[in-house]
Design a protein around this ligand. Structure first.
Ligand SMILES: Cc1cc2nc3c(=O)[nH]c(=O)nc-3n(C[C@H](O)[C@H](O)[C@H](O)COP(=O)(O)OP(=O)(O)OC[C@H]3O[C@@H](n4cnc5c(N)ncnc54)[C@H](O)[C@@H]3O)c2cc1C
Length: 388
């Protein structure tokens, strides 16, 4: 055997669509199965760092994306109570120079639309929507009849994950994200339309950046919450949940407090993460993206890792004489990278939500760092190039 000839991908999200394109680039045909009847406005804003945009560029998507995203000048950390800037990492032209590819912000639906459009134009890819993969038997049939390999790209509550022995379901992380949009003209003065700003406070943080094409700020307010919500991607939350949200930001600067309290139809996203475990059955199933390693968004890298997985898997599968061995190599390579990114996310979680003396120490350390030296801390992450 010289690599799989035909692959079935379950899930046409960021991981699945990117995988289809990356596989096609290697001459491998794929059939995407997606549960949604149509792919539309799901999700909210995404930051796409240069390690991911480099891969999308290699897939020929740079021009299409350039019309959809904007490139912030800086990534700022600021105090949620005083609004004082704590640290700044240059992005924009500096990101292109330093990491060789843009740092873009856009709506997830815009990224998905660009990917889907490219998939539809690719003769080696087909998409069937409105198909929800459920039973084990169905998966075995798919693997047996329609593909040499089944890729589980079905997100944090992956059904395919149940088919990989030893892989445990995602668990609640103890944090809730609230996502909402705010027209640029209605935003308080502390929101800068040229930056990604993360405001930090005790047990909570709030990230704001513009989605220029839509004329809005994307706001993500994350707070710790021991109250584990039901397994659900997003919902409007009830009165009690809104009260907990307001409470989490009550000690913040009035501009941000009002922003949170006045949010119209914010969506509540209980943040789940996958425990460590195998990503492949070693034979015919492999998991990528959130299905393999859902992580909290403290490093803003979930979609970026899904995109890296897709490119990495295609490279390992191309011309593979031994499929199980290729899957093993893919998993080993990606596990190392994803582990480091996860550790960075855990560190950010600790630093962003610090309180008392720890927060003072954090602020002092950050105040001593120059923007260039802070940027250098991200070279391993944003400057990453997939191995040959
Ligand atoms: C608040 C928040 C902020 C974030 N910010 C960022 C950020 O700034 N940058 C970043 O890189 N990442 C960010 N992320 C993470 C990012 O959104 C995810 O990591 C990414 O969307 C994962 O992509 P995926 O394709 O693996 O899964 P998904 O995008 O969830 O796609 C899974 C697809 O599979 C389909 N599906 C599911 N089950 C089935 C089934 N049984 N049969 C058929 N189809 C199925 C779904 O309908 C869906 O289309 C953020 C996440 C959150 C919650």
């Amino acid at each position: 055997m010289t690599g799989p000839k035909h692959v079935v991908i379950v899930g046409a999200g960021i991981a699945g669509l990117t995988a289809a394109l990356a596989l096609a680039q290697k001459g491998i045909a794929s059939h995407l199965l997606e549960q949604a009847e149509s792919l539309e406005e799901v999700g909210a804003g995404l930051q796409l760092s240069p390690n991911a945009t480099r891969i999308l560029d290699d897939l020929g998507l740079a021009d299409a994306l350039a019309g959809r995203w904007s490139e912030p000048d800086h990534i700022l950390l600021s105090s949620g109570s005083s609004l004082a800037p704590l640290a700044s990492v240059p992005a924009g032209a500096a990101a292109r120079r330093r990491w060789g590819s843009p740092y873009g912000v856009l709506h997830r639906a815009d990224l998905q639309a660009v990917l889907l459009d490219a998939v539809r134009r690719e003769p080696l890819c087909t998409v069937t929507s409105g198909v929800r993969i459920g039973q084990s038997r169905q998966i075995v049939e798919i693997a047996g009849d329609k593909g040499d390999l089944v890729i589980g790209a079905d997100g944090v509550w992956s059904r395919l994950r149940h088919e990989v022995k030893g892989a445990l379901p995602a668990r609640y992380s103890g944090n809730i994200a609230w996502r909402f949009m705010l027209p640029l003209g209605d935003a308080p003065a502390c929101l800068n339309p040229r930056t990604v700003t993360a405001f930090l406070g005790p047990r909570a943080h709030l990230v704001a950046y513009p989605l220029a094409r839509r004329g809005v700020f994307n706001i993500v307010a994350i707070h710790q919450c021991g109250h584990a919500p039901a397994e659900n991607w997003s919902s409007e939350g009830d009165e009690a949940a809104r009260t907990r949200l307001a409470g989490a930001f009550s000690g913040w600067h009035a501009q941000l407090r009002r922003l949170v309290e006045a949010a119209e139809t914010p969506l509540m996203w209980p943040l789940h993460e996958s425990p460590d475990g195998p990503w492949t059955d070693g034979r015919r199933i492999v998991l990528i993206g959130d299905a393999a390693h859902a992580m909290t968004p403290f490093a803003a890298q979930g979609a970026a890792m899904a995109i890296e997985d897709a490119a990495g898997l295609a490279r390992h599968l191309a011309g593979a004489a031994d499929l199980p061995a290729a899957l093993g190599r893919f998993e080993r390579e990606r596990r190392q990278r994803v582990g480091r990114v996860r550790a960075r996310g855990a560190f950010n979680r600790f630093a962003y939500h610090a309180r008392g003396p720890l927060a003072l120490g954090r602020n002092l350390v950050l105040s001593l760092r120059r923007p260039e030296s802070l940027a250098a801390d991200f070279d391993w992450l944003y400057g990453y190039r997939m191995p040959d």
